[in-house]
Design a protein around this ligand. Structure first.
Ligand code: GLU
Length: 449
Protein backbone atom coordinates (compact mmCIF):
# COMPACT_ATOMS: atom_id res chain seq x y z
CA UNK A 1 0.00 0.00 0.00
CA UNK A 2 1.35 3.44 -0.92
CA UNK A 3 1.82 5.88 1.95
CA UNK A 4 -1.12 8.26 2.17
CA UNK A 5 -1.57 11.70 3.63
CA UNK A 6 -2.71 11.47 7.28
CA UNK A 7 -6.14 13.00 6.71
CA UNK A 8 -6.71 10.81 3.67
CA UNK A 9 -5.61 7.80 5.70
CA UNK A 10 -8.30 8.58 8.27
CA UNK A 11 -10.93 8.95 5.53
CA UNK A 12 -9.83 5.60 4.08
CA UNK A 13 -10.12 3.92 7.48
CA UNK A 14 -13.67 5.25 7.84
CA UNK A 15 -14.61 4.09 4.32
CA UNK A 16 -13.33 0.61 5.23
CA UNK A 17 -15.25 0.60 8.48
CA UNK A 18 -18.57 1.52 6.97
CA UNK A 19 -18.30 -0.61 3.83
CA UNK A 20 -17.02 -3.81 5.40
CA UNK A 21 -16.41 -6.64 2.95
CA UNK A 22 -17.04 -4.52 -0.16
CA UNK A 23 -13.61 -5.26 -1.57
CA UNK A 24 -13.99 -3.79 -5.03
CA UNK A 25 -15.46 -0.57 -3.67
CA UNK A 26 -12.68 -0.23 -1.12
CA UNK A 27 -10.09 -0.92 -3.84
CA UNK A 28 -11.55 1.78 -6.10
CA UNK A 29 -11.70 4.36 -3.29
CA UNK A 30 -8.15 3.58 -2.17
CA UNK A 31 -6.82 4.11 -5.69
CA UNK A 32 -8.40 7.55 -5.88
CA UNK A 33 -7.40 8.61 -2.36
CA UNK A 34 -3.80 7.51 -3.01
CA UNK A 35 -3.75 9.98 -5.91
CA UNK A 36 -5.14 12.86 -3.88
CA UNK A 37 -2.13 13.36 -1.57
CA UNK A 38 -0.53 15.74 -4.06
CA UNK A 39 -3.76 17.72 -4.42
CA UNK A 40 -4.41 18.23 -0.72
CA UNK A 41 -0.75 19.20 -0.23
CA UNK A 42 -1.33 22.12 -2.63
CA UNK A 43 -4.96 22.74 -1.71
CA UNK A 44 -5.55 21.75 1.94
CA UNK A 45 -9.02 23.35 1.70
CA UNK A 46 -10.19 20.28 -0.21
CA UNK A 47 -10.21 18.40 3.08
CA UNK A 48 -12.62 20.96 4.62
CA UNK A 49 -16.34 20.36 5.17
CA UNK A 50 -15.99 16.59 4.83
CA UNK A 51 -15.89 17.12 1.06
CA UNK A 52 -13.90 13.97 0.33
CA UNK A 53 -15.98 11.93 2.80
CA UNK A 54 -19.14 13.08 0.99
CA UNK A 55 -17.67 12.12 -2.39
CA UNK A 56 -17.02 8.61 -1.04
CA UNK A 57 -20.62 8.19 0.13
CA UNK A 58 -23.33 7.47 -2.51
CA UNK A 59 -26.22 9.94 -2.53
CA UNK A 60 -28.74 7.10 -2.66
CA UNK A 61 -28.67 3.28 -2.82
CA UNK A 62 -31.69 1.38 -4.04
CA UNK A 63 -32.08 -2.39 -3.66
CA UNK A 64 -35.20 -4.17 -4.85
CA UNK A 65 -36.80 -7.54 -5.56
CA UNK A 66 -37.18 -8.65 -9.18
CA UNK A 67 -39.72 -11.47 -9.53
CA UNK A 68 -40.25 -13.01 -12.97
CA UNK A 69 -41.57 -16.19 -14.56
CA UNK A 70 -39.31 -18.48 -16.62
CA UNK A 71 -40.34 -20.48 -19.71
CA UNK A 72 -41.34 -23.48 -17.60
CA UNK A 73 -43.70 -21.36 -15.53
CA UNK A 74 -41.45 -21.26 -12.46
CA UNK A 75 -41.26 -18.08 -10.45
CA UNK A 76 -37.68 -16.78 -10.14
CA UNK A 77 -36.31 -14.07 -7.88
CA UNK A 78 -33.37 -11.80 -8.47
CA UNK A 79 -32.04 -8.75 -6.71
CA UNK A 80 -31.95 -5.37 -8.46
CA UNK A 81 -29.66 -2.44 -7.60
CA UNK A 82 -29.22 1.19 -8.51
CA UNK A 83 -26.61 3.25 -6.76
CA UNK A 84 -27.10 6.96 -7.47
CA UNK A 85 -23.62 8.04 -6.56
CA UNK A 86 -23.19 11.70 -7.36
CA UNK A 87 -25.33 14.27 -9.16
CA UNK A 88 -23.21 17.40 -8.72
CA UNK A 89 -22.45 17.61 -12.45
CA UNK A 90 -25.71 16.35 -13.93
CA UNK A 91 -28.28 13.56 -13.68
CA UNK A 92 -26.90 10.21 -12.47
CA UNK A 93 -25.49 8.41 -15.50
CA UNK A 94 -24.06 4.94 -15.83
CA UNK A 95 -24.83 1.47 -17.03
CA UNK A 96 -26.76 -1.56 -15.77
CA UNK A 97 -24.92 -4.86 -15.39
CA UNK A 98 -26.71 -8.24 -15.45
CA UNK A 99 -24.30 -10.88 -14.18
CA UNK A 100 -24.45 -13.43 -11.34
CA UNK A 101 -21.49 -11.72 -9.60
CA UNK A 102 -23.38 -8.44 -9.15
CA UNK A 103 -23.74 -7.30 -5.53
CA UNK A 104 -23.92 -3.98 -3.74
CA UNK A 105 -20.13 -3.63 -3.38
CA UNK A 106 -19.58 -4.13 -7.10
CA UNK A 107 -22.31 -1.67 -8.05
CA UNK A 108 -20.83 0.89 -5.62
CA UNK A 109 -17.33 0.49 -7.05
CA UNK A 110 -18.72 0.96 -10.55
CA UNK A 111 -20.77 4.00 -9.50
CA UNK A 112 -17.77 5.58 -7.78
CA UNK A 113 -15.56 5.07 -10.86
CA UNK A 114 -18.34 6.34 -13.08
CA UNK A 115 -18.54 9.63 -11.18
CA UNK A 116 -14.91 10.51 -11.99
CA UNK A 117 -15.07 9.06 -15.50
CA UNK A 118 -18.11 11.15 -16.33
CA UNK A 119 -16.45 14.23 -14.86
CA UNK A 120 -13.43 13.63 -17.12
CA UNK A 121 -15.62 13.76 -20.24
CA UNK A 122 -16.34 17.42 -19.48
CA UNK A 123 -20.03 16.75 -20.18
CA UNK A 124 -22.93 17.46 -17.76
CA UNK A 125 -23.41 13.97 -16.29
CA UNK A 126 -23.29 12.74 -12.71
CA UNK A 127 -22.39 9.16 -11.77
CA UNK A 128 -24.49 6.08 -11.05
CA UNK A 129 -24.57 2.38 -11.73
CA UNK A 130 -26.98 -0.49 -11.34
CA UNK A 131 -27.82 -4.00 -12.31
CA UNK A 132 -28.86 -7.38 -11.06
CA UNK A 133 -27.46 -10.78 -10.14
CA UNK A 134 -29.60 -12.18 -12.98
CA UNK A 135 -27.64 -14.51 -15.27
CA UNK A 136 -28.73 -13.98 -18.89
CA UNK A 137 -26.70 -16.93 -20.19
CA UNK A 138 -28.88 -19.60 -21.78
CA UNK A 139 -32.09 -17.62 -21.25
CA UNK A 140 -34.63 -17.35 -24.06
CA UNK A 141 -35.68 -14.02 -25.57
CA UNK A 142 -38.99 -14.29 -23.76
CA UNK A 143 -37.28 -14.80 -20.40
CA UNK A 144 -34.95 -11.86 -21.01
CA UNK A 145 -37.93 -9.68 -21.89
CA UNK A 146 -39.95 -10.66 -18.83
CA UNK A 147 -36.95 -10.11 -16.59
CA UNK A 148 -36.26 -6.66 -18.11
CA UNK A 149 -39.91 -5.68 -17.75
CA UNK A 150 -40.02 -6.68 -14.10
CA UNK A 151 -36.68 -4.96 -13.40
CA UNK A 152 -37.91 -1.74 -15.02
CA UNK A 153 -41.29 -1.86 -13.29
CA UNK A 154 -39.49 -1.18 -10.03
CA UNK A 155 -36.58 0.91 -11.31
CA UNK A 156 -38.80 3.27 -13.34
CA UNK A 157 -39.88 5.24 -10.28
CA UNK A 158 -36.28 6.30 -9.69
CA UNK A 159 -35.41 7.37 -13.26
CA UNK A 160 -36.02 10.34 -15.52
CA UNK A 161 -34.07 12.32 -18.10
CA UNK A 162 -33.24 14.94 -15.45
CA UNK A 163 -32.86 12.41 -12.63
CA UNK A 164 -31.09 9.21 -13.61
CA UNK A 165 -30.27 7.84 -17.06
CA UNK A 166 -29.06 4.21 -17.22
CA UNK A 167 -27.45 2.44 -20.19
CA UNK A 168 -25.85 -0.95 -20.79
CA UNK A 169 -22.86 -2.70 -19.25
CA UNK A 170 -21.94 -6.42 -19.05
CA UNK A 171 -25.01 -8.51 -19.98
CA UNK A 172 -27.06 -5.49 -21.07
CA UNK A 173 -27.00 -4.56 -24.77
CA UNK A 174 -29.39 -3.24 -27.38
CA UNK A 175 -31.96 -5.99 -26.86
CA UNK A 176 -32.26 -5.42 -23.10
CA UNK A 177 -32.30 -1.61 -23.43
CA UNK A 178 -35.17 -2.00 -25.93
CA UNK A 179 -37.25 -4.12 -23.56
CA UNK A 180 -36.57 -1.76 -20.66
CA UNK A 181 -37.40 1.35 -22.70
CA UNK A 182 -40.62 -0.27 -23.90
CA UNK A 183 -41.68 -0.98 -20.33
CA UNK A 184 -40.72 2.50 -19.09
CA UNK A 185 -42.74 4.12 -21.90
CA UNK A 186 -45.72 1.96 -21.05
CA UNK A 187 -45.60 2.65 -17.32
CA UNK A 188 -45.09 6.39 -17.61
CA UNK A 189 -47.17 7.02 -20.73
CA UNK A 190 -44.33 9.29 -21.82
CA UNK A 191 -41.99 8.99 -24.78
CA UNK A 192 -39.05 10.16 -22.73
CA UNK A 193 -36.27 9.14 -25.09
CA UNK A 194 -33.37 10.44 -22.97
CA UNK A 195 -34.25 8.26 -19.96
CA UNK A 196 -32.02 5.46 -21.29
CA UNK A 197 -29.08 5.47 -23.67
CA UNK A 198 -27.71 2.78 -25.93
CA UNK A 199 -31.12 2.66 -27.61
CA UNK A 200 -31.68 1.18 -31.07
CA UNK A 201 -31.33 3.56 -34.01
CA UNK A 202 -35.00 3.25 -34.97
CA UNK A 203 -36.25 4.62 -31.64
CA UNK A 204 -33.90 7.38 -30.62
CA UNK A 205 -30.47 5.79 -30.32
CA UNK A 206 -27.26 7.50 -31.39
CA UNK A 207 -25.09 6.41 -34.27
CA UNK A 208 -21.63 5.33 -33.05
CA UNK A 209 -22.85 4.61 -29.48
CA UNK A 210 -22.36 0.86 -29.93
CA UNK A 211 -18.82 1.37 -31.20
CA UNK A 212 -17.97 4.22 -28.82
CA UNK A 213 -16.35 2.52 -25.81
CA UNK A 214 -14.03 0.38 -27.93
CA UNK A 215 -13.23 3.08 -30.48
CA UNK A 216 -12.64 5.56 -27.66
CA UNK A 217 -10.25 3.22 -25.84
CA UNK A 218 -8.26 2.75 -29.05
CA UNK A 219 -8.17 6.53 -29.60
CA UNK A 220 -6.84 6.99 -26.09
CA UNK A 221 -4.09 4.40 -26.56
CA UNK A 222 -3.23 5.91 -29.95
CA UNK A 223 -2.76 9.29 -28.23
CA UNK A 224 -0.56 7.69 -25.55
CA UNK A 225 1.56 5.91 -28.16
CA UNK A 226 1.99 9.23 -29.98
CA UNK A 227 3.72 10.66 -26.88
CA UNK A 228 6.47 8.11 -27.60
CA UNK A 229 6.48 8.88 -31.30
CA UNK A 230 4.73 5.68 -32.30
CA UNK A 231 1.24 4.37 -33.21
CA UNK A 232 -0.82 1.17 -33.62
CA UNK A 233 0.60 0.72 -37.08
CA UNK A 234 2.28 -2.69 -37.28
CA UNK A 235 1.70 -3.47 -33.59
CA UNK A 236 0.46 -6.81 -32.31
CA UNK A 237 -2.35 -6.48 -29.75
CA UNK A 238 -4.16 -8.66 -27.25
CA UNK A 239 -7.70 -7.67 -26.27
CA UNK A 240 -9.40 -9.67 -23.53
CA UNK A 241 -13.15 -10.21 -23.71
CA UNK A 242 -15.28 -10.52 -26.83
CA UNK A 243 -18.25 -8.36 -25.92
CA UNK A 244 -19.16 -4.94 -27.16
CA UNK A 245 -16.05 -3.18 -25.81
CA UNK A 246 -13.59 -5.79 -27.09
CA UNK A 247 -15.16 -6.08 -30.55
CA UNK A 248 -15.02 -2.37 -31.35
CA UNK A 249 -11.58 -1.95 -29.77
CA UNK A 250 -10.34 -4.61 -32.19
CA UNK A 251 -12.13 -2.92 -35.08
CA UNK A 252 -10.39 0.43 -34.44
CA UNK A 253 -7.02 -1.22 -33.87
CA UNK A 254 -7.38 -2.85 -37.27
CA UNK A 255 -8.42 0.44 -38.90
CA UNK A 256 -5.28 2.03 -37.43
CA UNK A 257 -2.98 -0.62 -38.85
CA UNK A 258 -2.61 -2.86 -35.78
CA UNK A 259 -3.34 -6.59 -35.54
CA UNK A 260 -5.24 -8.20 -32.67
CA UNK A 261 -4.01 -11.75 -32.27
CA UNK A 262 -6.04 -12.91 -29.25
CA UNK A 263 -9.38 -12.35 -27.55
CA UNK A 264 -11.34 -14.30 -24.93
CA UNK A 265 -14.47 -15.02 -22.93
CA UNK A 266 -14.86 -16.26 -19.37
CA UNK A 267 -14.13 -19.88 -20.45
CA UNK A 268 -10.90 -19.41 -22.42
CA UNK A 269 -9.08 -17.56 -25.18
CA UNK A 270 -8.31 -17.89 -28.88
CA UNK A 271 -5.04 -17.04 -30.62
CA UNK A 272 -5.17 -16.27 -34.34
CA UNK A 273 -1.82 -14.95 -35.53
CA UNK A 274 -3.33 -13.80 -38.86
CA UNK A 275 -5.47 -11.36 -36.93
CA UNK A 276 -8.85 -12.04 -35.30
CA UNK A 277 -11.66 -12.31 -37.87
CA UNK A 278 -14.05 -9.68 -36.57
CA UNK A 279 -16.96 -10.60 -38.79
CA UNK A 280 -16.95 -14.04 -37.23
CA UNK A 281 -16.63 -12.74 -33.65
CA UNK A 282 -19.52 -10.31 -34.25
CA UNK A 283 -21.69 -13.07 -35.65
CA UNK A 284 -20.83 -15.44 -32.79
CA UNK A 285 -21.33 -12.89 -30.03
CA UNK A 286 -23.96 -10.47 -31.34
CA UNK A 287 -26.17 -12.86 -33.31
CA UNK A 288 -25.60 -16.48 -32.31
CA UNK A 289 -24.65 -15.72 -28.67
CA UNK A 290 -22.01 -18.47 -28.74
CA UNK A 291 -18.83 -19.10 -26.74
CA UNK A 292 -15.45 -17.99 -28.20
CA UNK A 293 -14.34 -21.66 -28.43
CA UNK A 294 -16.66 -21.90 -31.47
CA UNK A 295 -14.33 -19.41 -33.22
CA UNK A 296 -11.52 -21.98 -33.10
CA UNK A 297 -13.86 -24.82 -34.13
CA UNK A 298 -15.04 -22.91 -37.19
CA UNK A 299 -11.65 -21.52 -38.21
CA UNK A 300 -9.81 -24.83 -37.84
CA UNK A 301 -6.05 -24.99 -38.58
CA UNK A 302 -3.94 -22.04 -37.48
CA UNK A 303 -6.16 -21.05 -34.55
CA UNK A 304 -5.50 -22.16 -31.00
CA UNK A 305 -8.14 -22.29 -28.28
CA UNK A 306 -6.88 -22.42 -24.71
CA UNK A 307 -9.46 -23.38 -22.14
CA UNK A 308 -8.88 -21.51 -18.86
CA UNK A 309 -5.34 -20.12 -18.61
CA UNK A 310 -4.42 -16.49 -18.95
CA UNK A 311 -4.68 -14.55 -22.20
CA UNK A 312 -1.86 -12.32 -20.86
CA UNK A 313 0.62 -15.14 -21.56
CA UNK A 314 0.33 -14.19 -25.24
CA UNK A 315 3.24 -11.83 -26.14
CA UNK A 316 2.09 -8.49 -27.59
CA UNK A 317 3.03 -4.82 -28.02
CA UNK A 318 -0.29 -3.48 -26.73
CA UNK A 319 -2.63 -5.10 -24.19
CA UNK A 320 -6.21 -3.94 -23.78
CA UNK A 321 -8.06 -5.68 -20.92
CA UNK A 322 -11.71 -5.31 -21.92
CA UNK A 323 -13.53 -8.04 -19.99
CA UNK A 324 -14.10 -7.32 -16.28
CA UNK A 325 -12.66 -6.09 -12.98
CA UNK A 326 -9.42 -7.56 -11.61
CA UNK A 327 -8.91 -9.83 -14.62
CA UNK A 328 -5.23 -8.84 -14.97
CA UNK A 329 -3.13 -9.70 -11.90
CA UNK A 330 0.38 -8.77 -10.79
CA UNK A 331 1.62 -12.07 -12.20
CA UNK A 332 -0.03 -11.34 -15.57
CA UNK A 333 1.50 -7.86 -15.58
CA UNK A 334 4.98 -9.25 -14.94
CA UNK A 335 4.54 -11.69 -17.81
CA UNK A 336 3.42 -8.90 -20.15
CA UNK A 337 6.43 -6.78 -19.13
CA UNK A 338 8.82 -9.73 -19.68
CA UNK A 339 7.32 -10.13 -23.13
CA UNK A 340 8.01 -6.48 -23.94
CA UNK A 341 4.57 -4.85 -23.74
CA UNK A 342 4.70 -1.16 -24.63
CA UNK A 343 1.23 0.07 -23.68
CA UNK A 344 -1.80 -1.10 -21.69
CA UNK A 345 -5.24 0.49 -22.10
CA UNK A 346 -8.14 -0.53 -19.90
CA UNK A 347 -11.35 -1.01 -21.87
CA UNK A 348 -13.14 -2.56 -18.89
CA UNK A 349 -13.69 -0.95 -15.49
CA UNK A 350 -10.74 -1.57 -13.13
CA UNK A 351 -9.50 -4.73 -14.94
CA UNK A 352 -5.95 -4.44 -13.53
CA UNK A 353 -5.33 -5.22 -9.87
CA UNK A 354 -3.43 -2.55 -7.88
CA UNK A 355 -0.34 -4.77 -8.00
CA UNK A 356 -0.59 -5.03 -11.79
CA UNK A 357 -0.82 -1.24 -12.10
CA UNK A 358 2.32 -0.87 -9.96
CA UNK A 359 4.21 -3.40 -12.09
CA UNK A 360 3.35 -1.49 -15.29
CA UNK A 361 4.24 1.87 -13.84
CA UNK A 362 7.54 0.69 -12.39
CA UNK A 363 8.47 -0.85 -15.74
CA UNK A 364 7.71 2.42 -17.57
CA UNK A 365 4.86 0.88 -19.57
CA UNK A 366 2.30 3.41 -20.87
CA UNK A 367 -0.79 2.71 -18.77
CA UNK A 368 -4.30 4.13 -19.34
CA UNK A 369 -6.76 3.55 -16.48
CA UNK A 370 -10.33 2.59 -17.40
CA UNK A 371 -11.94 5.70 -16.03
CA UNK A 372 -10.08 7.69 -18.70
CA UNK A 373 -9.61 5.16 -21.51
CA UNK A 374 -13.14 3.73 -21.56
CA UNK A 375 -14.99 7.02 -21.10
CA UNK A 376 -15.93 7.13 -24.79
CA UNK A 377 -19.03 4.99 -24.20
CA UNK A 378 -20.60 7.18 -21.59
CA UNK A 379 -19.48 10.32 -23.42
CA UNK A 380 -21.39 9.16 -26.49
CA UNK A 381 -24.35 8.37 -24.21
CA UNK A 382 -24.28 12.05 -23.25
CA UNK A 383 -24.28 12.86 -26.98
CA UNK A 384 -27.30 10.58 -27.35
CA UNK A 385 -29.06 12.56 -24.61
CA UNK A 386 -28.14 15.77 -26.44
CA UNK A 387 -29.63 14.47 -29.70
CA UNK A 388 -32.79 13.33 -27.90
CA UNK A 389 -33.19 16.70 -26.15
CA UNK A 390 -32.94 18.55 -29.45
CA UNK A 391 -35.03 15.92 -31.29
CA UNK A 392 -32.18 15.53 -33.72
CA UNK A 393 -30.09 12.69 -35.06
CA UNK A 394 -26.50 13.15 -36.17
CA UNK A 395 -24.54 11.29 -38.82
CA UNK A 396 -22.03 8.60 -37.90
CA UNK A 397 -19.15 10.83 -38.98
CA UNK A 398 -20.31 13.80 -36.95
CA UNK A 399 -20.80 11.67 -33.83
CA UNK A 400 -17.50 9.86 -34.21
CA UNK A 401 -15.73 13.17 -34.67
CA UNK A 402 -17.16 14.43 -31.38
CA UNK A 403 -16.08 11.18 -29.72
CA UNK A 404 -12.55 11.52 -31.10
CA UNK A 405 -12.19 15.07 -29.86
CA UNK A 406 -13.57 14.16 -26.41
CA UNK A 407 -11.04 11.32 -26.11
CA UNK A 408 -8.24 13.63 -27.20
CA UNK A 409 -9.38 16.14 -24.57
CA UNK A 410 -9.44 13.45 -21.84
CA UNK A 411 -5.98 12.23 -22.82
CA UNK A 412 -4.53 15.74 -22.83
CA UNK A 413 -6.22 16.66 -19.54
CA UNK A 414 -4.84 13.55 -17.80
CA UNK A 415 -1.36 14.14 -19.22
CA UNK A 416 -1.33 17.85 -18.30
CA UNK A 417 -2.67 17.18 -14.78
CA UNK A 418 -0.05 14.49 -14.15
CA UNK A 419 2.63 16.93 -15.29
CA UNK A 420 1.24 19.75 -13.12
CA UNK A 421 1.31 17.51 -10.05
CA UNK A 422 4.87 16.36 -10.63
CA UNK A 423 4.24 12.90 -12.07
CA UNK A 424 4.62 13.21 -15.86
CA UNK A 425 3.26 10.22 -17.78
CA UNK A 426 1.23 8.95 -14.80
CA UNK A 427 -2.25 8.75 -16.32
CA UNK A 428 -3.70 7.15 -13.18
CA UNK A 429 -2.79 10.16 -11.11
CA UNK A 430 -3.83 12.57 -13.87
CA UNK A 431 -7.26 10.94 -14.31
CA UNK A 432 -7.98 10.69 -10.59
CA UNK A 433 -6.97 14.27 -9.85
CA UNK A 434 -8.66 15.86 -12.87
CA UNK A 435 -11.91 13.93 -12.25
CA UNK A 436 -11.85 14.69 -8.53
CA UNK A 437 -11.25 18.42 -8.96
CA UNK A 438 -14.22 18.83 -11.30
CA UNK A 439 -16.60 16.96 -8.97
CA UNK A 440 -15.20 18.69 -5.88
CA UNK A 441 -15.55 22.17 -7.37
CA UNK A 442 -19.16 21.54 -8.36
CA UNK A 443 -20.01 20.08 -4.96
CA UNK A 444 -18.52 23.05 -3.17
CA UNK A 445 -20.46 25.49 -5.32
CA UNK A 446 -23.70 23.73 -4.39
CA UNK A 447 -23.31 24.04 -0.59
CA UNK A 448 -23.29 21.17 1.88
CA UNK A 449 -24.96 18.46 -0.20
N1 GLU B 1 -21.38 0.99 -18.75
C1 GLU B 1 -20.62 1.96 -19.48
C2 GLU B 1 -19.49 2.49 -18.62
O1 GLU B 1 -18.94 1.75 -17.83
C3 GLU B 1 -21.48 3.01 -20.15
C4 GLU B 1 -22.36 3.82 -19.26
C5 GLU B 1 -23.31 4.76 -20.00
O2 GLU B 1 -23.26 4.87 -21.22
O3 GLU B 1 -24.09 5.41 -19.29
O4 GLU B 1 -19.08 3.61 -18.70
Amino acid sequence: MTKMDEKLEAIMAEVMRRNTGEEEFIQAVREVLESLGRVVAKRPDYTDDALIERICEPERQIIFRVPWVDDRGHVCINRGFRVQFNSALGPYKGGLRFHPSVNLGIVKFLGFEQTFKNALTGLPIGGGKGGSDFNPRGRSDGEIMRFCQSFMTELSRHLGEYTDVPAGDIGVGGREIGYMFGQYKRLMNRYEAAVLTGKGLVYGGSRARKEATGYGAAYFVEAMLATRGTSFDGKSCVVSGSGNVAIYTMEKIRANGGRTIACSDSNGYVVDERGIDLDLVKELKEVRRERISVYAEEKGAGVRYISGGSIWDVPCDVAMPSATQNELTGKDARRLVENGVLAVGEGANMPSTPEAVRVFQEAGVLFAPGKAANAGGVATSALEMQQNASRDSWTFEQTEQRLASIMRHIHDTCAATAEEFGAPGNYVLGANIAGFVRVAEAMRALGVI
